[in-house]
Design a protein around this ligand. Sequence first.
Ligand code: ASC
Length: 150
Amino acid sequence: MKLRYLAVVALAAVSTLAQAQSKPEDMIRLRQGGLQLLSRNVSILNSMAKGDVPYNKEVAMQKAEFVNTLAPEIFGAGFGTGSDKGLPTRAKPAVWAEGDNFKAAQEKLFAVLKKIQAGAGDQASLKAAMADVGGACKNCHDNFRDTSYH
Ligand code: ASC
């Protein structure tokens, strides 16, 4: 009985969360802001890896953890059904029409981000792990991001 009650409460909480992001313009804002934050934090990691800014183990590990939390959140909550329009967006219709390919592109990014997290505690490993991240961003942009807003 108690378990069943907890399950109902948990389900209600999950559906409230889902509804909180269900408006197209909210999803578009979420993904655009989220991707900017992802870009900023990956760029800082890249600068540290190259030594353009001083490598700091604590900051690198914190940022690597952050991007690994952030990226799945962007793709989980930012590209829902109906968010192909609502605000100016560069997301191509292919995001929704070719869902499996879009998912595969995400998985590629997540895999690189995991490698970055595994390597963040050491500058040389971080540098090695950064090698594929630009490609993972570009792969998705080439296929799923328009050159201009619509
Ligand atoms: C970046 C950034 C992107 C990618 C992309 C790679 O630093 O902000 O969106 O790299 O330009 O093609």
